[in-house]
Design a binder for this molecule. Structure first.
Ligand SMILES: N[C@@H](CCC(=O)N[C@@H](CS)C(=O)NCC(=O)O)C(=O)O
Length: 212
Protein backbone atom coordinates (compact mmCIF):
# COMPACT_ATOMS: atom_id res chain seq x y z
CA UNK A 1 0.00 0.00 0.00
CA UNK A 2 1.20 3.50 -0.86
CA UNK A 3 2.54 5.59 2.00
CA UNK A 4 2.39 8.82 0.04
CA UNK A 5 0.56 11.82 1.49
CA UNK A 6 -2.98 12.01 0.13
CA UNK A 7 -4.59 15.22 -1.05
CA UNK A 8 -8.39 15.09 -1.39
CA UNK A 9 -10.17 17.16 -4.01
CA UNK A 10 -10.09 17.95 -7.73
CA UNK A 11 -7.15 19.26 -9.74
CA UNK A 12 -9.04 22.39 -10.88
CA UNK A 13 -9.54 23.76 -7.35
CA UNK A 14 -7.27 26.69 -6.51
CA UNK A 15 -6.95 25.56 -2.88
CA UNK A 16 -6.12 21.98 -3.90
CA UNK A 17 -3.49 23.49 -6.20
CA UNK A 18 -2.02 25.45 -3.27
CA UNK A 19 -1.44 22.23 -1.31
CA UNK A 20 -0.06 20.37 -4.33
CA UNK A 21 2.32 23.27 -5.06
CA UNK A 22 3.50 23.26 -1.44
CA UNK A 23 4.25 19.53 -1.59
CA UNK A 24 6.00 19.91 -4.95
CA UNK A 25 8.17 22.82 -3.75
CA UNK A 26 9.21 20.66 -0.76
CA UNK A 27 10.08 17.85 -3.18
CA UNK A 28 7.36 15.49 -1.87
CA UNK A 29 5.28 13.26 -4.15
CA UNK A 30 1.63 12.74 -3.25
CA UNK A 31 -1.54 10.95 -4.33
CA UNK A 32 -4.60 12.93 -5.40
CA UNK A 33 -7.78 11.26 -4.13
CA UNK A 34 -10.59 12.55 -6.32
CA UNK A 35 -13.64 13.98 -4.63
CA UNK A 36 -15.73 16.80 -6.04
CA UNK A 37 -17.63 19.01 -3.56
CA UNK A 38 -19.78 20.21 -6.45
CA UNK A 39 -21.17 16.68 -7.03
CA UNK A 40 -24.45 15.61 -5.42
CA UNK A 41 -24.14 15.25 -1.66
CA UNK A 42 -25.29 11.59 -1.70
CA UNK A 43 -22.29 10.55 -3.80
CA UNK A 44 -19.79 11.96 -1.29
CA UNK A 45 -21.27 11.40 2.16
CA UNK A 46 -18.13 9.39 3.08
CA UNK A 47 -16.03 12.54 2.66
CA UNK A 48 -17.68 14.39 5.58
CA UNK A 49 -15.73 12.05 7.92
CA UNK A 50 -12.57 13.60 6.47
CA UNK A 51 -13.70 17.21 5.97
CA UNK A 52 -16.62 18.37 8.17
CA UNK A 53 -17.64 21.01 5.62
CA UNK A 54 -17.22 18.76 2.58
CA UNK A 55 -14.89 21.20 0.85
CA UNK A 56 -11.54 20.63 -0.80
CA UNK A 57 -8.70 20.14 0.02
CA UNK A 58 -8.16 17.70 2.85
CA UNK A 59 -4.85 16.05 3.65
CA UNK A 60 -4.02 12.65 5.13
CA UNK A 61 -0.59 11.18 5.78
CA UNK A 62 -0.27 8.19 8.09
CA UNK A 63 -2.18 9.23 11.22
CA UNK A 64 -2.19 12.97 10.36
CA UNK A 65 -5.52 14.34 9.10
CA UNK A 66 -5.97 18.01 8.27
CA UNK A 67 -8.30 20.31 6.37
CA UNK A 68 -8.10 24.06 5.55
CA UNK A 69 -5.41 24.82 2.99
CA UNK A 70 -3.39 27.27 5.09
CA UNK A 71 -3.15 24.85 8.02
CA UNK A 72 -2.15 22.07 5.63
CA UNK A 73 0.46 24.18 3.82
CA UNK A 74 2.05 25.40 7.07
CA UNK A 75 2.12 21.85 8.44
CA UNK A 76 3.78 20.50 5.30
CA UNK A 77 6.40 23.22 5.43
CA UNK A 78 7.19 22.63 9.09
CA UNK A 79 6.90 18.85 9.30
CA UNK A 80 8.81 17.77 6.20
CA UNK A 81 12.35 18.27 4.93
CA UNK A 82 13.00 20.46 1.91
CA UNK A 83 13.29 24.17 1.14
CA UNK A 84 11.82 26.40 3.88
CA UNK A 85 8.69 28.22 2.65
CA UNK A 86 8.06 30.56 5.61
CA UNK A 87 10.43 33.38 6.60
CA UNK A 88 12.17 33.05 9.99
CA UNK A 89 12.06 36.80 10.60
CA UNK A 90 8.92 37.89 12.53
CA UNK A 91 8.05 40.82 10.28
CA UNK A 92 8.62 38.94 7.03
CA UNK A 93 6.50 36.06 8.35
CA UNK A 94 3.71 38.48 9.30
CA UNK A 95 3.87 39.98 5.79
CA UNK A 96 3.55 36.49 4.30
CA UNK A 97 0.48 35.86 6.49
CA UNK A 98 -0.94 39.24 5.50
CA UNK A 99 -0.57 38.38 1.79
CA UNK A 100 -2.23 34.97 2.31
CA UNK A 101 -5.07 36.65 4.18
CA UNK A 102 -5.57 39.22 1.39
CA UNK A 103 -5.71 36.36 -1.12
CA UNK A 104 -8.21 34.31 0.91
CA UNK A 105 -10.43 37.18 2.03
CA UNK A 106 -10.53 39.42 -1.05
CA UNK A 107 -8.77 37.96 -4.12
CA UNK A 108 -10.39 34.51 -4.09
CA UNK A 109 -13.93 35.88 -4.13
CA UNK A 110 -13.32 38.72 -6.59
CA UNK A 111 -10.69 37.26 -8.93
CA UNK A 112 -12.01 33.68 -9.08
CA UNK A 113 -15.75 33.81 -8.31
CA UNK A 114 -16.48 37.38 -9.35
CA UNK A 115 -14.50 37.69 -12.58
CA UNK A 116 -13.03 34.37 -13.80
CA UNK A 117 -16.18 32.29 -13.30
CA UNK A 118 -18.27 34.83 -15.20
CA UNK A 119 -15.78 35.61 -17.99
CA UNK A 120 -14.47 32.09 -18.63
CA UNK A 121 -16.37 29.24 -16.95
CA UNK A 122 -19.98 30.35 -17.48
CA UNK A 123 -19.52 31.03 -21.23
CA UNK A 124 -17.95 27.53 -21.59
CA UNK A 125 -21.31 26.15 -20.40
CA UNK A 126 -23.23 28.39 -22.77
CA UNK A 127 -24.23 30.80 -19.99
CA UNK A 128 -23.91 34.57 -20.21
CA UNK A 129 -21.54 36.34 -17.79
CA UNK A 130 -23.30 38.36 -15.10
CA UNK A 131 -21.84 41.78 -15.90
CA UNK A 132 -23.23 43.22 -12.68
CA UNK A 133 -21.32 40.61 -10.68
CA UNK A 134 -18.11 41.37 -12.57
CA UNK A 135 -18.53 45.11 -12.02
CA UNK A 136 -19.22 44.72 -8.31
CA UNK A 137 -16.12 42.50 -7.92
CA UNK A 138 -13.75 45.00 -9.51
CA UNK A 139 -13.09 47.25 -6.46
CA UNK A 140 -11.89 44.33 -4.29
CA UNK A 141 -10.11 42.73 -7.25
CA UNK A 142 -8.15 45.91 -7.97
CA UNK A 143 -7.49 46.62 -4.29
CA UNK A 144 -6.08 43.11 -3.79
CA UNK A 145 -3.80 43.48 -6.83
CA UNK A 146 -2.59 46.91 -5.66
CA UNK A 147 -1.99 45.72 -2.08
CA UNK A 148 0.03 42.71 -3.24
CA UNK A 149 1.97 44.85 -5.71
CA UNK A 150 2.89 47.32 -2.96
CA UNK A 151 3.89 44.54 -0.57
CA UNK A 152 6.23 43.16 -3.23
CA UNK A 153 7.78 46.51 -4.10
CA UNK A 154 11.12 45.65 -2.45
CA UNK A 155 11.57 42.06 -3.49
CA UNK A 156 11.02 39.32 -6.04
CA UNK A 157 8.36 37.48 -4.05
CA UNK A 158 5.07 38.45 -2.43
CA UNK A 159 6.26 38.55 1.17
CA UNK A 160 8.57 41.33 0.01
CA UNK A 161 11.91 39.51 0.01
CA UNK A 162 13.91 37.22 -2.26
CA UNK A 163 12.49 34.01 -0.74
CA UNK A 164 9.63 32.01 -2.25
CA UNK A 165 7.00 31.64 0.48
CA UNK A 166 3.56 30.13 0.95
CA UNK A 167 2.11 33.51 -0.09
CA UNK A 168 3.42 32.97 -3.63
CA UNK A 169 1.93 29.47 -3.66
CA UNK A 170 -1.48 30.80 -2.58
CA UNK A 171 -1.37 33.51 -5.22
CA UNK A 172 -0.27 31.51 -8.29
CA UNK A 173 -3.49 29.45 -8.73
CA UNK A 174 -5.69 32.52 -8.26
CA UNK A 175 -3.56 34.58 -10.64
CA UNK A 176 -3.79 31.80 -13.20
CA UNK A 177 -7.58 32.29 -13.20
CA UNK A 178 -7.47 36.07 -13.26
CA UNK A 179 -4.92 36.46 -16.05
CA UNK A 180 -7.20 34.72 -18.56
CA UNK A 181 -9.73 37.57 -18.25
CA UNK A 182 -9.64 41.05 -19.85
CA UNK A 183 -10.00 42.62 -16.41
CA UNK A 184 -7.01 40.64 -15.11
CA UNK A 185 -4.85 41.50 -18.11
CA UNK A 186 -5.63 45.19 -17.55
CA UNK A 187 -4.77 44.94 -13.83
CA UNK A 188 -1.46 43.23 -14.58
CA UNK A 189 -0.73 46.01 -17.08
CA UNK A 190 -1.20 48.52 -14.25
CA UNK A 191 1.08 46.57 -11.89
CA UNK A 192 4.14 45.55 -13.85
CA UNK A 193 5.93 44.02 -10.86
CA UNK A 194 3.00 41.59 -10.46
CA UNK A 195 3.18 40.78 -14.20
CA UNK A 196 6.92 40.06 -13.88
CA UNK A 197 6.28 37.97 -10.74
CA UNK A 198 3.68 35.91 -12.61
CA UNK A 199 6.08 35.41 -15.55
CA UNK A 200 8.68 34.05 -13.13
CA UNK A 201 6.16 31.84 -11.27
CA UNK A 202 4.84 30.35 -14.53
CA UNK A 203 8.34 29.02 -15.27
CA UNK A 204 8.56 27.01 -12.04
CA UNK A 205 8.25 23.24 -12.49
CA UNK A 206 5.65 23.02 -9.69
CA UNK A 207 3.38 25.62 -11.32
CA UNK A 208 3.73 24.01 -14.77
CA UNK A 209 2.79 20.63 -13.29
CA UNK A 210 -0.13 21.52 -11.01
CA UNK A 211 -1.55 24.89 -12.11
CA UNK A 212 -1.09 25.71 -15.81
N1 LIG B 1 -10.97 27.89 3.59
C1 LIG B 1 -10.97 26.69 2.80
C2 LIG B 1 -11.63 26.97 1.46
C3 LIG B 1 -11.81 25.72 0.64
C4 LIG B 1 -12.77 25.95 -0.51
O1 LIG B 1 -13.65 26.81 -0.48
N2 LIG B 1 -12.62 25.12 -1.55
C5 LIG B 1 -13.55 25.21 -2.65
C6 LIG B 1 -12.88 24.87 -3.96
S1 LIG B 1 -11.52 25.91 -4.38
C7 LIG B 1 -14.68 24.23 -2.44
O2 LIG B 1 -14.45 23.14 -1.93
N3 LIG B 1 -15.88 24.61 -2.82
C8 LIG B 1 -17.03 23.78 -2.70
C9 LIG B 1 -18.25 24.51 -2.25
O3 LIG B 1 -18.23 25.75 -2.22
O4 LIG B 1 -19.24 23.84 -1.94
C10 LIG B 1 -9.51 26.22 2.59
O5 LIG B 1 -8.62 27.06 2.61
O6 LIG B 1 -9.29 25.01 2.45
Amino acid sequence: MSNLPQVYGKDFSVYVQVVRLTLAEKGIEHQLVEVNPFDSIDSRLWYFDIHPFGRMPAFIHNDVRLYESEAIARYIDEAYDGPILQPGNALARARMTQAISILQSYAYLSWVWGIYMHRIERPKKGLLPDKQKIASSLPDARAAMKALSEMMSHGEFLAGGDQLTLADLFCAPMMNCLDTTPEGIEMLGDHQNMARWWDRMRKRASVKRFVL
